[in-house]
Design a protein around this ligand. Structure first.
Ligand code: CO
Length: 466
């Protein structure tokens, strides 16, 4: 059976290696080639790409999507969607999730890959329902991690639930690149045996094992793999697309990619990459193979974040100690997978535990909220001593966190009447508050009125985390 390939350079590739700074102009110079190369889908949109457009590039992410769509009439476009967090960092009410899915599909997205950091499927439901309602392909992704509770049985049970929820396909999302070849073989074999869903494997090259892992997954019957065009592959990104063309060519798994077109696209992308290297946007360190993540099980992005925090505070000597603290914090919190936003929370907590006189003397607001159940259900039992120390007699919620949230869209519409020009503008504001407003002010050369009231409101919506 031919393996299908999802090309990720225009989302995960530059997110992993270039701090998501590829401009729309650069992306559009590559898309026509990618559209003709024979991919199953192009992953082009997600949280960091959306955020970086507004925050750093002064670009409208919705316009980017529409332009990509125009230049890719033959290939499906795919986005990454953080369940109830959409593309942001907190839980949003269902009406915002619904509207965001609707507008993503209207503007050009075909496949929505939906995941939740904790694999709490209650946090997926609203995005899944909306994707089906608006005619998109709903792919549910399970965050891959290792722990005493993250067994093959755990993933098989979740896969069955995901199938019953109505997913069109299933993705195993190995954001840290720690899925070992034999484990992949066993996991994919069991998933194929227990569900009818097409299975997509998403892994990172970080530890240097992913090509072997993909090959074993293909042997076990995986349907789709994610790769990135060579200039934005390797290191903390995906493995190279062209390599898998050569590995699979003339086998029964041949994805039938057009290598001449890929080479053309790669030479254009090399110019963009070289400029990023010269400008310091691409740190060559991100390209180095880093097998030590297999020891600490820390995703590449989290490692570089931690290094940044430590360097800023002149604490690089504590690097090893902090890395060793990460698995301890993770265990205390019930083994959450280390993916945004949990990875940042765990990293920061590990750092605070190391630098303060006793563990959990300082605890972030986010960790407190996590312990209250406001991110969803922890995969395993949380350390009960920690729980009573931090939240005392407070109630841990046992329902879906977004059940507490009131609809927001109509309020936003009223508040920003005359300023927001479209539902898309309102959704940008709903997710990125002040950052989106500052962008739209520049775009339309006008300020929202009455300014005072609106800023107060945007602070609330940007800052509150339920
Ligand atoms: Co990834």
């Amino acid at each position: 059976m031919a393996v299908k390939i999802v090309e990720t350079s225009m989302r995960d590739g530059h997110q992993s290696l270039m701090a998501t700074r590829m401009t729309t102009k650069d992306i559009l110079s590559i898309i026509p080639d990618l559209d003709k190369a024979g991919f199953h889908a192009l992953e082009v949109w997600g949280g960091a790409t959306f955020d970086a457009c507004l925050r750093f590039l002064d670009e409208d992410p919705w316009e980017r999507l529409r332009e990509i769509k125009k230049l890719a009439p033959n290939t499906k476009l795919q986005m990454l969607f953080r369940g109830q967090n959409i593309l942001g960092y907190r839980h949003y009410p269902d009406d915002i999730v619904d509207k965001f899915v609707q507008k993503s599909i209207e503007n050009g997205i075909d496949i929505i890959r939906i995941f939740d950091a904790l694999n709490d499927i209650r946090n997926l439901k609203s995005a899944v329902d909306a994707t089906k309602k608006y005619g998109g392909h709903c792919q549910i992704a399970l965050s891959y991690t290792t722990s005493p509770v993250h067994t093959i049985e755990y993933y098989v049970n979740l896969a069955k639930e995901v199938e019953a929820m109505g997913a069109d396909s299933l993705c195993i999302k190995d954001m840290a690149g720690i899925l070992l070849p034999d484990d992949a073989y066993n996991l994919i074999s069991q998933l194929k045996k227990n569900t009818k869903l097409p299975i997509n494997l998403h892994g990172h090259a970080t530890a240097g094992i992913m090509q072997a892992t993909y090959i074993k997954a293909i042997e076990a019957g995986v349907d789709i793999i994610d790769t990135a065009l060579s200039p934005l592959s390797g290191g903390t990104s995906q493995v190279a697309t062209e390599s898998f063309h050569y590995i699979l060519k003339n086998t029964i798994h041949d994805p039938k990619l057009n290598i001449e077109i890929l080479n053309e696209a790669a030479s254009k992308l090399t110019v963009i990459k070289d400029k990023a290297l010269k400008d310091g946007i691409l740190n060559p360190k991100a390209l180095t193979t880093n097998p030590s993540i297999l020891l600490y099980q820390v995703p590449g992005g989290m490692l570089s974040n931690l290094m940044g925090q430590l360097r800023e505070q002149n604490l690089m000597d504590d690097y090893e100690k902090v890395l060793k603290e990460v698995p301890i914090v993770r265990k205390d919190l019930g083994y959450p997978p280390l993916v945004t936003p949990i990875s940042q929370m765990v990293g920061t907590q590990a750092l605070m535990n190391v630098i303060s006189s006793s563990p959990y003397k300082i605890v972030s607001k986010e960790i407190k909220e996590y312990l209250h159940g406001l991110y969803g259900k922890a995969p395993a039992k949380v350390n009960s001593l920690l729980l009573s120390k931090i939240i005392g007699k407070d109630k841990v919620i046992d329902y879906r966190p977004a059940d507490d949230l009131q609809p927001e869209f109509e309020n936003l519409k009223k508040k920003y009447e005359g300023f927001a020009q479209s539902d898309e503008d309102l959704l940008s504001i709903a997710l990125f508050g002040k950052v989106a407003i500052a962008f739209l002010e520049k775009k339309y050369n006008q300020k929202p009125k009455p300014k005072q009231e609106i800023y107060a409101f945007s602070v609330t919506i940007g800052g509150e985390t339920k």
